[in-house]
Design a protein around this ligand. Structure first.
Ligand code: ADE
Ligand code: ZN
Length: 349
């Protein structure tokens, strides 16, 4: 729709920051900044195995997904009370607002908290309150997606679903995250079938570190509507055809992929090729407090490393709305706002 050089190169960063966008792959526990971890640890008298913010940040040198998850679950141990969950999500929404995010679908990991004795009502209460305030004060619409931890059993996922059902009106869907290798999607076929029956939307992490067979399994055994990451899909032409024919979205997180050594450097990332192959691919931050940046940082660094331009910027933003679980009517409004934003850059160019 927009020609590659429609906006001069030196205004591209400004456009990337200003354009309205949706974020569809953000683990809210992954937005917990070291400063907030220390503040909450003090407030809740939780002992941390780090003596300072700097020391904690210094430990953020990951070799793969598991090395990150170990630190990420330790960081989440400071979340005890309703207001802790609220503060975490509110801080995210403030940053998202600065990045011109107009819609966010937030993952949360209840088992990380219920296993420490935190009540589901505490988690849901804090997160839902932040979502309501994001709508009222920042004009950001949002929704919550409950993720099952795939390193735990399906029985534990089913129990977690039962615990969450009194709050059914506060989350729109379920996902699957945590350690991918050795935990293929089909392990969770029963719980996902139950969720589908309850009218929940379905997503799953697949093809982050795992093989393309895990992406197929997420599609076929779980019936997911979006794939989180899915960067391994380029190895399988039949899969690319299936995903592009069906416009099945992939929520890609470029800075995460580099920090977790899925790609050795950003200029090696395949997201540009994914877009070229006709996939409905989006850019997201995953765990921004751990991976060096929020959504706009992901856009800026990816565009710079891969030499992407205006037409790709438009495609990623448009895809983010298309791939969201918002209503068709709401999507049309965002498409229109996006068009106006691009036109304002072209006119003033
Ligand atoms: N939980 C938080 N971030 C994750 C990621 N990138 N992959 C799997 N599980 C996660
Ligand atoms: Zn993720």
């Amino acid at each position: 729709m927009y020609k590659a050089n429609a906006v001069s190169e030196n205004r591209l960063p400004e456009l990337l920051k200003a354009m309205p966008k949706a974020e569809l792959h953000i683990h809210i526990e992954g937005s917990l900044e070291p400063e907030l971890i220390f503040k909450l640890a003090k407030r809740n008298q939780v002992n941390l195995p780090y003596s300072s913010v700097e020391e904690l940040r210094g430990a953020y040198a990951f070799t793969n997904l598991q090395s990150f998850l170990d630190i990420y679950y330790a960081g989440a141990s400071v979340l005890i009370k309703e207001e802790d969950f609220y503060d975490m999500a509110w801080e995210y929404f403030l940053k998202a607002s600065r990045d011109n995010v107009v819609h966010a679908e937030l993952f949360f990991d209840p088992q990380t908290h219920t296993s420490r004795g935190i009540a589901m009502s505490t988690i849901m209460g804090g997160l839902s309150r932040a979502c309501r305030e994001a709508s009222e004060k920042l004009n950001i619409s949002s929704a919550l997606i409950l993720c099952f931890l795939r390193h735990l059993s399906e029985e534990e996922a089913l129990l977690t679903l039962d615990e969450a059902l009194p709050f059914r009106d506060q989350f729109i869907g379920v996902g699957l995250d945590s350690s991918e290798l050795g935990h293929p999607p089909e392990k969770f076929a029963k719980v996902f079938a139950k969720c589908k029956g309850l009218g929940l939307r379905l997503v799953a992490h697949a093809g982050e570190e795992g093989p393309t067979s895990y992406i197929w399994s997420a599609l076929e055994s779980l019936g997911v509507e979006r794939i989180d990451h899915g960067v391994q899909s380029l190895g399988d032409p039949a899969l690319i055809k299936y995903l592009s024919d069906k416009r099945l979205p992939l929520t890609v997180c470029p800075l995460s992929n580099v920090k977790l050594k899925v790609f050795s450097k950003l200029s090696d990332h395949n997201i540009g090729q994914m877009l070229d192959q006709g996939l409905c691919v989006t850019i997201n931050s995953d765990d921004p407090a751990y991976f060096g940046g929020y959504i706009n940082q992901n856009f800026l660094e990816t565009f710079s490393a891969l030499g992407l331009g205006t037409s790709q910027a438009y495609a990623f933003a448009r895809n983010s709305f298309e791939a969201s679980f918002a209503s068709t009517e709401q999507k049309e409004k965002w498409f229109h706002a996006l068009k106006l934003c691009f036109e304002s850059f072209i006119e003033n160019d």
